[in-house]
Design a protein around this ligand. Structure first.
Ligand code: ADP
Ligand code: ZN
Ligand code: ZN
Length: 749
């Protein structure tokens, strides 16, 4: 028998499978999905069997033989092997690379081991134990050990050591007499404590929750159904998930629930385990390699049937999922930022199709692309239009910062926000203040009319680079550049300047206003380290701190019942990002952040500060009116030609040196132009093909350039994207430089 094996190295010349002879002793065992050790040149490498056959066309003298299997079970399920193939084809990645997604990283190369403990059991019938103990003569220790084991249960040496000092030598003697058996057994590392407590009782469903389930359960039972669960913040989506998962278990199937990494706080994990007990497994990035490996094996063995995890949990080795849920589906964390670049929502849809499960995407602010699918009839809409327990939606107040300026208030807080904060602190409640991330660059906007300087061709804010500036404003979608104006082009006011105030400045201002109040600041600077994030949140949750200042990371999924005031310091920061999704992000951010207020029994108040209070996005967010936002934004996408009406694609180059990155990007640009010259239909589909630096010229110490394309959506664009992927892969970069192909990238930064 012969096996096709994908060897676990990712390299240009090895992007195919190799044929090996199957040793006779493995013929009955092996099937596709087994990990094996194979000779490869002078080395032995790990590989995965993808196919078995009775004959092969490799000459016998060239054939080598599989050395051994690496586990005593096939590590890659047939469905996941299929998925790896599908992903390799759709992202133009080598199969060796996509197969890696299906295994815990540490499993490869044997970097984590199965943890074992030494256990002991009586080797004689329990009824004979007493007699055997008596026969041990002067050894009190051996007598005692036999008595302890006389019930017949297995005990670990460690447990026995608590009662009998240093039991192992005595146990060995008993083993030599044939009275006990000593053996190693596997232990599973269980991340986090808790979880094995009594299950939490179920609340009675609200009528809307009931109705949502009545819509979703029948298709799910038939192994189908694709839903968007659109529920306002606080509408109780989680309870709906729980009932769906419960039904999946009842059907003898499993479930995968994807959540943004940030939501997987220890509280969330405990709570989830409380509802499902040990049948739940949790996968997130804070697990130790050993814990991750053990959770993975619990799922693989079928001991855990409910998987909750961040993006990569979509590859969990769960057989027969009955439902796959993607919570907060609009989050960008579902797009992988590493090779191979996949969208966990697409993988979820694919798995649901192949494995006959229901797909549930859920959000209070669905992404434009997802809601467009509802309109095309590709997803069924299920709504939760009200908050549970008739809790009111938060009151949102928009503050016009232009008026503040007119009145001479130049601080970061409007009078309204300052007095709301004071009242909130006086009542002993909590408040959250949101700032957008610190920019790599800035935009220019008018303090009198609120208008940002936009590209005349692209309807996108122009960007000024804070570092290495040439004094010009740049459009990152078409390359247009112009000098920074001194008077507002819209209203002629001289109050036109760079926009920017960071979390730090807001924190300083708060310390000045409330010197005796505990303040927590959360941004990339303060949340480093393994538990930085959790520690800060715990500080706020405990009530020791009553003010939380942060970037959008605080807007997501966090449930603080004592927060009664949420302030958005400058909505303009997000609104004017140089990204065609800036308006979508703003709506999501403002809606989500407003949803943070009044989660408990106390009513919530939200204050949004902006220089553009009449902007439709701000108005729709203040009213939490998703449909108004969608209608407006969808029309704008159509008229300005952005996805889903066009495809944005780019070849992103990152390098240690700016020159090398630029040179390589220039080569790719030439390659792209050559492709367009060869294919007139691709050329016709191309609206922009531009060599440029992205708005974030440098990221994590790496210099960046890109070849950016805007294409008319359609078959020509798809074919061109395939060719661009090949181009990126085949144009060998100089040392220290990497190329990434991105299709409708998560961010244009
Ligand atoms: P969402 O995810 O839709 O924003 P959650 O699922 O967090 O909302 O639910 C909001 C709050 O309502 C939570 O504290 C949850 O425990 C509670 N809740 C959900 N469903 C019910 C119900 N049927 N009865 C009582 N409380 C509920
Ligand atoms: Zn103006
Ligand atoms: Zn432009």
């Amino acid at each position: 028998m012969f096996a096709q094996v994908i060897v676990d190295i990712v390299h240009q010349n090895v992007a195919r499978s190799f044929t090996y002879r199957v040793p006779e002793r493995l013929e009955d065992t092996l099937c596709p999905g087994w990990r094996v050790l194979v000779p490869f040149g002078p080395r032995k490498l790990e590989g995965i069997v993808t196919e078995l056959s009775e004959c092969c066309d490799v000459p016998p003298e060239k054939l080598r033989t599989i050395v051994d299997t690496l586990e005593d079970y096939p590590a890659v399920l047939p469905s996941l092997l299929q998925l790896a193939r599908h992903l390799a084809a759709s992202t133009h990645a080598p199969l060796a690379e996509t197969l890696r997604l299906m295994l815990p990283a540490q499993m490869r190369g044997g970097r984590v081991r199965v943890k074992t403990e030494t256990a002991v059991q009586l080797a004689i019938p329990p009824s004979e134990a007493e007699q055997a103990a008596a026969a041990q003569g002067r050894s009190r220790k051996r007598q005692m050990l036999l008595t302890l084991l006389s019930g017949g249960e297995t005990q670990t040496v460690q447990e026995l050591a608590q009662l009998v000092r240093d039991p192992l030598p005595a146990l060995r003697q008993l083993e030599a007499q044939g009275l006990v058996r000593i053996f190693e057994r596997e232990v599973l590392r269980r991340p986090g404590g808790g979880g094995d407590d009594a299950p939490t009782p179920d609340p009675t469903l609200t009528p809307h929750q009931q109705e949502a389930l009545e819509n979703m359960l029948p298709p799910m039972r038939r192994g189908e159904g694709r839903f968007l669960l659109y529920g306002v913040t606080g509408s109780g989506k989680t309870e709906v998930f729980i009932r769906l998962v419960r039904e999946a278990l009842r059907l003898g199937k499993g479930a995968i629930i994807l959540v943004p990494e940030i939501v997987l706080t220890p509280q969330m994990v405990d709570w989830f385990r409380g509802r499902f007990g040990p049948v739940a497994a949790v996968l997130h990035s804070r697990l130790s390699p050993g814990e991750r490996f053990d959770e993975w094996r619990r799922i693989r063995r079928g001991d855990a049937r409910v998987v909750i995890g961040a993006r990569s949990a979509i590859f969990a080795p769960l057989e027969h999922p009955g439902v796959i849920i993607v919570d907060e589906e609009h989050e960008t964390t579902y797009l992988s930022d590493r090779h191979p670049r996949y969208d966990a929502r697409d993988i979820a849809a694919w798995r649901c199709g192949e494995e006959h499960a229901a797909l549930v995407l859920a959000s209070a602010t669905p992404s434009i692309l997802t809601f467009a699918r509802v309109q095309q009839g590709r997803l069924r809409l299920v709504e939760l239009p009200r908050r549970v327990m008739d809790r009111p939606m938060p009151q949102v107040e928009i503050v016009d910062m232009r008026r503040e300026l007119e009145r001479g208030n130049r601080t970061v807080f409007s009078d309204a926000l300052r007095s709301a904060l004071t009242a909130c602190m006086r009542k002993g409640e909590q408040a959250m203040l949101l700032m957008n991330h610190r920019g790599y660059n800035s935009f220019v906007s008018c303090r009198s009319c609120g208008q940002a300087v936009k590209c005349p061709h692209c309807d996108i804010s122009m960007t000024y680079h804070m570092t290495g500036s040439d004094g010009m404003l740049h459009c990152h979608y078409c390359g247009h550049a112009e000098p920074v104006p001194t008077l507002c082009p819209a209203c002629g006011s001289p109050y036109i300047r760079f926009f920017g105030a960071g979390t730090q400045k807001v924190e300083e201002e708060l310390r000045r206003l409330f010197p005796d109040t505990g303040i927590v600041r959360m941004d990339v600077d303060t949340t480093g380290g393994k538990d930085g994030h959790a520690r800060l949140l715990a500080e706020f949750r405990s009530g020791r701190a009553r003010l939380l200042v942060g970037t959008q990371m605080i807007a997501k999924g966090l449930d603080f019942p004592r927060v009664t005031l949420v302030g958005v310091v400058a909505a303009d920061m997000t609104l004017n990002l140089p990204d065609y999704r800036a308006r979508e992000r703003t709506f999501q951010l403002l809606t989500q952040v407003a949803g943070r207020a009044g989660r408990g029994t106390l009513p919530g108040q939200v204050i949004i500060q902006t220089y553009k209070p009449e902007d439709p996005v701000i108005l729709a967010a203040a009213k939490q009116d998703y449909r108004a936002f969608f209608t407006e934004e969808y029309a704008r996408r159509r008229s300005s030609f952005y996805p889903p009406f066009s495809v944005m694609a780019r070849l992103l180059v990152e390098g240690d040196s700016p020159e090398a990155a630029q040179r390589h990007a220039a080569r790719l640009h030439e390659g792209a132009e050559a492709l367009l010259a060869e294919h007139p239909d691709w050329k016709r589909a191309t609206l922009v093909c531009l060599l440029d630096q992205p708005p974030a010229k440098m990221l994590r110490g790496r210099h960046r350039w890109h070849v950016l394309l805007k294409l008319t959506a359609g078959p020509a664009a798809e074919a061109l994207c395939g060719a661009l992927t090949e181009l990126g892969r085949e144009t060998e970069p100089p040392p220290g430089v990497e190329t990434f192909f991105e299709y409708n990238p998560v961010t244009m930064m």
